[in-house]
Design a protein. Sequence first.
Length: 298
Amino acid sequence: MSNEHSSVLLEEVLQAFEGVELKTFFEGTLGAGGHAKAILSAHPEIESYLACDRDPNAHRIAKEVLAPFGKKVELIRGSYSELNRFLDEREIESIDGYFIDIGVSSMQIDKAERGFSFRFEGPLDMRMDPTADLTAAIIVNEYSQKELERIFWEYGEERQSRRAAEAIVKMRKNRRIETTTELIEVVKPVLHWGKMHPATLIFQALRIAVNDELGELEKGIDAAIKRLSPGGRMAVISFHSLEDRIAKHRLKDVEFKKKSGEGCLKIITKKPICPSPEECRINPRARSAKLRVAEKVC
């Protein structure tokens, strides 16, 4: 039985920052505040913990969870890709720790009205920030067939991307596709059934496109590398190959640059850390998680 608010790889994240003196810490994906609570408890030396999330519901929940830590915690509404702006506004030169747990949270998946999951009927929304303009419904009903195919292939790695795009365009000539259930009924006949639901990759691709998740990740990691203080560490949890590929290559690029004096980053995890079988049993949604850790050495 899974725990709705389980914090993935919690012990492993704490180990990533073991022995590091953290005065100023930035968490870019606050969620329900589980990781933040554990990090703050393990590092009483923290003076400023900046915690960011685009979802106002996450702020409401985490505010209560983190209340015991008082004024050392500041909740920021926005994306972790804006790290440079957040720090500049607060006249903070550098941070000692950086952590992001990328992707959609259980709180979002399990709310039908957010439209993230094919398991529930709801509007085709998928916005992590409910005030953002772009929704999944806009993409599905207004983007060209060629663009839909590209999104399904690049962001979902869906082999039947062309057939899915064709089916959507054919249906919307008659009526708009407004709900998760309607989208599933349109694409299901042209997708292959396997171990996972046939619409899994289509929903993943739409969510990534709506929230520009891969672009945000690139910007966020680059900003973190720039703003980490010497000896500071960063930890990134990803949940699918596209995210992990970006994290891996972004960190390796900097490691390569240090040979020519352009950067000073040491990779702590030569291979990503994955959840234990026990954690996967308790929280099946953790099974695809991968943790990568790096340290700024100069």
